[in-house]
Design a protein around this ligand. Structure first.
Ligand code: FCB
Length: 442
């Protein structure tokens, strides 16, 4: 890594942090919130490490003021959060929950008072259980219900929130939920997965139309996980084919459909039975920015045990890894940023990037600090080479509920003591704050 940490990012660059509702809010049974598919999954045996749940999480529902103050203290000028669909529409559709809507009003107003720009993501994986009972994402109706939910949020918050994302990591949650059987609702079925993929794409398109109509001056994007996909053994044609299929499922199926108007070749023929006349035009709606979540290159090799036959491979032995084993390769990040610009021709906001650890204790996190420093330097290299990158949101502000991993993996730049809910900025947070100050010439 040749990283130049003295690179000056353009004025107006967003320096922020990302979180998601289920991972931090807690208050799962308060003020009329309905159950989500993650509440259900967490109660199933052996789905989440240590049987942990998001019931309390970081108690952000009650501590949001403190969290906003923390961000202000760090000098962040943007914050990406998600709205919990079951908090505002407990049954997914129909009657709204006034107390749930009020919570996001309070959060948004606190952010604005602190001069932190709110970036609202409508869906970060917590589908209302009531809609799962009607078929969830495997049912085409869910796309329409998503659009109705988007309208509720747009009408309520569109006066103050201008940056909107429809959905977080389309490919990741559909793959884990409908193919690998790990994420909620925990299904492994290729046809269900194909249906869910297409309906999630339809939901995005319908959501974009709603936001465009209801948010004056809105800037609308979608958040994709894009990770370089490499064969475990590049000399083995089966590994190469596995990596190519994985690449389509993970990296291409959603942005290609949404921005180029077609599915990638291996998926196109298989998904066709679920595509109705006019659907690709419904999905491919003009948007304003590409949200990139990037962590690590992925390695693939065939795996008969999964419904697609393509699975995880091992990274080369000499590849540096994070404390939870994810490969670290900032040059892959730089290259992804450059490639995205050429393929989709949209400004990019890095909506997630960060370092997970199961071994760190307290606030001493030199490896996260180094990761952020090197990845931000790689982003600077991409800008110097012509990439149109406009913001960076670290994942995550707080240690939080890391899905199937429960609370053991820590991604926060702020440490959370789950016994007391005390928040303490880690060394990486102090470094990030200094870095941002330096960028602003403060
Ligand atoms: C991403 C998710 C986010 C978090 C990070 C570590 O895939 O969007 O919620 O779990 O990974």
């Amino acid at each position: 890594m040749t990283g130049r940490s003295d690179f000056r990012f353009p004025p107006g660059f967003r320096w922020g942090a990302s979180t998601s509702a289920y991972q931090i809010e807690g208050a799962a049974n308060e003020d009329g919130r309905g159950p989500s598919i993650w509440d259900t999954l967490c109660r199933m045996k052996d789905r989440v490490d240590n049987g942990e749940t998001g019931d309390v999480a970081c108690d952000h529902y009650h501590r949001y003021r403190e969290d906003v103050a923390l961000m202000r203290g760090l000098g962040l000028n943007a914050y990406r959060f998600s709205v919990a669909w079951p908090r505002v529409l407990p049954r997914g559709r129909g009657a709204v929950n006034a107390a749930g809507l009020d919570f996001y009003d309070r959060l948004i107003d606190s952010l604005l008072e602190a001069e932190i720009e709110p970036w609202l993501c409508l869906y970060h994986w917590d589908l209302p259980q009531a809609l799962q009972d009607l078929g969830g994402w495997a049912s085409r109706d869910t796309a329409g219900w998503f659009a109705d939910y988007a309208a509720v949020c747009a009408r309520r918050y569109g006066d103050r929130v201008k940056n909107w994302a429809t959905i977080n990591e389309f490919s990741v949650f559909t793959l884990f939920a409908y193919a690998f059987g790990a994420g909620a609702p925990g299904i492994s079925d290729r046809q269900e997965h194909l249906k869910a993929m297409h309906h999630v794409n339809l939901a995005h398109g319908a959501g974009v139309d709603v936001l465009r109509a209801l948010v004056p001056g809105g800037s609308i994007g979608a958040v994709h996980s894009v990770q370089t996909c490499r064969p475990e053994d590049p000399a083995n044609p089966e590994h190469c084919e596995s990596a190519a299929l994985f690449d389509e499922l993970w990296n291409l199926a959603f942005p290609d459909a949404q921005l180029l108007g077609h599915y990638p070749p291996r998926i196109a023929a298989l998904i066709e039975p679920y595509v109705q006349a006019g659907d690709m035009a419904r999905i491919c709606r003009p948007i304003d920015w590409f949200g990139l979540n990037h962590y690590a290159p992925m390695y693939s090799k065939p795996d008969d045990g999964n419904v697609w036959g393509c699975g995880w491979g091992a990274a080369p032995d000499d590849m540096p890894r994070t404390d939870i084993g994810w490969p670290m390769d900032p040059t892959a990040f730089r290259d992804v940023l450059l490639d995205l610009g050429k393929r989709y021709r949209l400004p990019v906001y890095v909506t997630e990037n960060g370092f997970g650890s199961k071994t760190e204790t307290g606030t001493d996190d030199p490896r996260r600090l180094a990761y952020l420093r090197d990845y931000i330097a790689a982003m600077g290299e991409a800008l110097m080479a012509g990439a149109d990158v406009r913001g960076y949101f670290v994942w995550s502000l707080l240690d939080n509920f890391e899905w199937n991993g429960g609370y053991a993996p820590r991604f926060g730049i702020v440490h959370v003591d789950y016994e007391t809910q005390a928040r303490t900025p880690k060394e990486s947070a102090r470094w990030y704050a200094d870095f941002i100050r330096g960028q602003r010439g403060v």
